[in-house]
Design a binder for this molecule. Structure first.
Ligand code: SAM
Length: 187
């Protein structure tokens, strides 16, 4: 999901428990308020390569009257991003793990994140498997192989973030870990 147009973002309250629901609620309120204000030109682009899921998303946005402001582009994120121009205030990355590093690198290389923008990447703990925890209680036994592999891929991604001097990264330790990425601007 990527949002364009620069707005003042709300300060999120993270005081309760993990704070995730508050974060999502305030973000939703911000999105709804901005979307209901006809003078605003904020818009959202979502990218999905599964045609069935893309159709479900399109129908959901249409049913809520947001189809003129939320665009669902069907395709591989790496291909779609190549054709996007401009910069975006908020980019949310929640893809197959193998796409994390190339996609985030592509976003940064193409300047798609606004200077004041925020990129959030979900699941950067990979259910705890970034630490190589075997036999974790966090996942079903029949998914152990998947999460063990995911842990290696996501840890490699996290190392990539840590080594990138062009960005500032905060790992927010709620639910499955969210990386907040901002551009490291010259002082
Ligand atoms: C974890 S789900 C995202 C859920 C979404 N954030 C939501 O709240 O509805 C990941 C989705 O990304 C899609 N996906 C995974 N890799 C992708 C890629 N490289 N390009 C486009 N879509 C991708 C999958 O089909 C799946 O629907």
């Amino acid at each position: 999901m990527i949002v364009n147009e620069t707005h003042e973002l709300e300060t999120y309250s993270l005081s309760k428990s993990t704070g995730l629901s508050e974060l999502l609620k305030s973000h939703w309120n911000w999105t709804r308020d901005n979307f209901q204000d006809a003078d605003r030109s904020s818009s959202i682009i979502t990218i999905e390569y599964d045609s069935t899921l893309a159709a479900v998303a399109r129908a959901a946005f249409r049913d809520r009257g947001f189809d003129d402001r939320i665009q669902v582009i069907e395709g591989k994120a790496e291909d779609v991003l190549e054709n996007l121009t401009g910069s975006f205030d908020l980019i949310f990355v929640d893809l197959e793990f193998s796409a994390y590093k190339p996609i985030v690198a592509q976003i940064l290389a193409r300047g798609l994140l606004d200077e004041q923008g925020i990129m959030l990447v979900d699941n950067v703990f990979a259910r705890g498997f970034v630490l190589g925890i075997q036999g974790s209680q966090n996942v079903a036994a029949d998914t152990l192989d998947h999460w063990t592999e995911a842990g290696k891929i996501v840890q490699d991604f996290n190392d990539f973030l840590a080594a990138s001097s062009s960005i500032r990264v905060t790992i927010m330790p709620f639910f499955d870990g969210i990386a907040e990425i901002c551009l490291n601007l010259p002082a």
